[in-house]
Each structure stands twice: as C-alpha cells, then as structure tokens.
Design a protein around this ligand. Sequence first.
Ligand code: GLP
Length: 241
Amino acid sequence: MQVVILKDAAEVAAYGADIFTTQLKRKANSVLGLATGSTPVALYQELIKRNQANEISFAEVTSFNLDEYLGLDGSHPQSYRYFMQQQLFDHINIDKSHTHVPPGDAKNPITACGEYEARIKSAGGIDVQLLGIGRNGHIGFNEPSSGLTSRTRVKTLTKATIDDNARFFKADEYQPHLSITMGIGTILDAKKVVLLATGENKAEAVVAMVEGPLTAACPASALQMHRDAVIVIDEAAASKL
Ligand code: GLP
C-alpha cells in the first residue's frame, strides 16, 4: 500500500487524474472501475478538461461502477447511474453502451449481481479501480462486517452511511436502505486500486485503513493486501496517521 499525502483536495484530484491519464495513454481500451460520492467529482472535472483538450480519449474505454442504490432506476436523480451521467459520462467521448452501473431496478437483483461479475470478467477485469472511503471505512457499499473476499451482492446500508448520505436527499424524499455493490474480493481483483480521501472527517477511517489491523470492521483495510493500491489523501485526512 502506497500512501501519498498532498496539501489539499485540488492536489489529490490532480494526482488521481494523472494516474488515469497515464493509464489511458498506455492502454486506450482500459477497463476503468469508477466511484460516486463527492470526493471523485474534482477528479472527474479534471478528466473532462483533459478529454475536451484531446489529451486523453475514452472512445475505447469500458467502465464499471462500484455500486448503486437498490430500488432506483438510472433515470432517478439520486441514482448513481444518473450521477455518473451528470458528473462524467455526458461530458466525455465514452460510448454509453460501454459504461456499466449495477442495475438498481433489476427484477432479480441476486441474478443481476452474478451477471455484473460475469461482465467484468468478460471485459478482461478492471485495470484501475477508483475508490472513495466512508467515514466508517466502507468502500463501495461494503459496510463494516463485509466479508473480505465478498463478490458483487445486495448489501444493507448501515445507519451511519444512510445518515452520511442523507445530505443528497430532500427531507421528504425516499432514501434507499439497500444497495448492489461490488464485493471486497471484486475490488481486490482490480490490477490497480486508487483510493482518494480528503478532509478531517475521513482521518479516523484513513488511520484504520492504513495503520489498523486487517479486519472486516474496516473494509478498506483489505487494501493492505493489494499489490498495487495507492492511497491519495490530503493533509487533513492524513492528520491522524
Ligand atoms: C458512498 C459511496 C462510496 C463513497 C462514500 C464516500 O457511500 N457508496 O463509494 O466512497 O459514499 O462519499 P464521499 O466521497 O461523498 O465522502
């Protein structure tokens, strides 16, 4: 696990964007694992800029998102599919049919999880997986107690995560308590993993991930076992290391 500590969120985004730029220049048909949440937004803005300046191309890229709320279809403004369209896909030259987000509206979510795994496999596996981290150490929606070898499956969200993400929902809006998420084992299969964390409110989770024991109580600690995991954080998120 390599830990890169930078001054602020802008530097973290630029560093993350450089990793993706290098990857796309090396392999135009890369398979990218993408994430939602507020942390990757600045990185996506940087990638959009570089794509529009013709520095990088997504024309041959395939993408797989980590997770989705169960019960929301992709046109729902709170769905992660919608988020990805707004924050990235609608602004770059990616072929929408090559972008994958777990289907929140699946009639049979359990079958859909197996199909998602199969699709990642048939694409050749993920080259670079982007991650954020929850304040409780979750990655994707792998909440504390998730199996360290888990695969894509339906997961119940913890109260802490529901409360943390409530800021994205209006007061009277339905907020799902279930998700489909890649498993920790699925994430560990990516050839490279890049986790971004910024701000003091992530400092506890960061110290547990980097210096704590390998434990299901902190799902992100599983990255200690990955051969090429880069943790890119700002000084505030690093303040408890
Ligand atoms: C959600 C997502 C995670 C993300 C986390 C942190 O729960 N499922 O993938 O890492 O939020 O989000 P933020 O970056 O907004 O702190």
